[in-house]
Design a protein. Sequence first.
Length: 171
Amino acid sequence: MGRDQIGTVNDLIHPSELTVKFNSDLLNIPRRVYFNEPYPSQGSPLTDTQRIILNCVYLSHHNGYLRQSRLEELAGINEAWIIPHALQLLGDYVLEIVQILNKIITDGNIQYYRQFIKDNPKYWQQTVNRMISYWNCYYRQKYFHDNTQRMFPKLDDYPGKHIVDRLENRI
C-alpha cells in the first residue's frame, strides 16, 4: 500500500497482540503494524512525549530498519513506560536492534526492566525463548550456506544473551 492509498485500521495492525502488565494496568501492544511513517513535516508539531509514543508504536513495525531507527530515537530516554515496547525487541531477529537494546538498558534504568520482568514472567520467558530461537536459526551455525562466517556460534557470546544475563542479575 503506497503513501497515497487509504487502508483500514484492520489492514494496518496485525490482529495478534502482546498483553503485559505495567504497574497496575494491562497493556495491549500490537505485534506488528503496517502503516507508513508520517511525513517529516507531520512529526514536527509533536511534543516530546508524543514523539516518544510515536517511536514506541513504530517499534512494532514490520520493517526492521524502521524498528531499528525508532529504537535509536529512544536511546537516552528513561521513561519507564517505554519498557513494554522496547523489551519485546530482545526477541527480534535483527542483530542491530538487539545491540541497540543492549545499550539502552543501562545501570540507571535496569531496575525498571527487572520490575517489568518480575510482573510479567510468562512474557519474559516467551521473549527469552524467542531470542534463543532466533540465535539458533540465524547466528548459531559457524557458516551460512554461502560460506560467510556467522558471528555467535555460542549462545553465551550473543548480545541477546548478555541482555538476559544482565536483567537476571547473572553478570
